[in-house]
Design a protein around this ligand. Structure first.
Ligand code: MN
Ligand code: MN
Ligand code: MN
Length: 279
């Protein structure tokens, strides 16, 4: 159950709790050899991660996880092997980050109206000067004794239909895929079974993703059940997509996943790391 490759993770540059350096050190301890940092809508953690990866002898795959809005649904597209200097990719992510800030402020206003004061300031402290996400709000609400756990905060205050809910910003699907492929990267639909898509919608999403230029899906995912891993593998076969694997690690005690604790990809699928010419 342990893999030397893990291609989905977050640092303090977005909503993870470990710095890029600490994350890489932890990856080394877990025996990981090929690792991707895929912060939400930013590559700000990659330089520090690369430095530490070199010291540790880990191959760092440069990545990011972009928020996409498609047919009223929010999807996550992971870009791997991206050239972080590609101007359209950076400009696109800058817009997404700006929209995240607008959303973060609006969440604060809504929570104030609901009787919870100063939550924006509290979330901002948790974000340590980086982007403010709902995960930071959740941690702040726990610290301020407004919620029992981050899950509780999402369930009662931050999730869809709750008093503090504000829809997530997202790029266009084709737009986001173009930023990634234009940067020499491979576009991967993250956790295809985690969007709550119905039987009717899932094929539509996969078709649209492929048509937009996406070429892989996350088959093995940290929060998948074994049955979901099998189902995702089947989707990769049906839609002729390459396969990625990643834990979506956000730090110790965040979401119950561990770095590299992943089963191997089925041998008949083409792994995304071939993109780099590796075997
Ligand atoms: Mn996250
Ligand atoms: Mn995601
Ligand atoms: Mn993620």
């Amino acid at each position: 159950m342990s893999s030397t490759t893990d291609l989905h993770s977050h640092s303090t540059a977005s909503d993870g709790t470990l710095s890029p350096e600490a994350l890489l050190s932890h990856a080394a301890k877990q025996g990981i050899k090929r690792f991707a940092l895929t912060d939400h809508d930013t590559t700000a953690g990659l330089a520090a991660a690369q430095q530490r990866a070199q010291e540790l002898g880990i191959e760092l795959v440069p990545g990011a996880e972009l928020s996409v809005s498609w047919e009223g649904k929010i999807l996550h597209v992971v870009g791997l092997y991206i050239d972080t200097r590609h101007p359209p990719l950076q400009a696109g992510m800058a817009i997404l980050r700006h929209e995240r800030e607008t959303r973060a402020r609006e969440i604060g206003r809504r929570l104030t109206r609901h009787g919870i004061d100063e939550s924006y300031q509290a979330a901002k402290r948790f974000a340590q000067g980086e982007m403010i996400t709902r995960a930071h709000y959740a941690r702040a609400l726990v610290a301020e004794k407004q919620a029992k756990s981050p899950q509780d905060a999402f369930r009662r205050l931050l999730g869809k239909g709750c008093p503090g809910y504000v829809a997530s910003p997202g790029a266009g699907l084709t737009e986001a895929v173009n930023w990634i492929t234009g940067a020499g990267g491979i576009a991967i639909l993250a956790h295809p079974l985690a969007y709550g898509l119905t039987r009717l919608w899932l094929p539509l999403v996969l078709e649209a993703f492929r048509k937009a230029g996406g070429s892989a899906i996350e088959v093995v995912y940290g929060r998948n059940t074994p049955a979901e891993n099998r189902k995702s593998a089947q989707l990769a076969r049906e839609y002729h997509l390459k396969a990625s694997l990643g834990s979506d690690y956000h730090g110790p005690r965040q979401g119950g996943v561990r770095l590299g604790e992943l089963p191997a990809l089925p041998a008949d699928l083409e792994p995304v790391w071939r993109h780099s010419g590796a075997t």
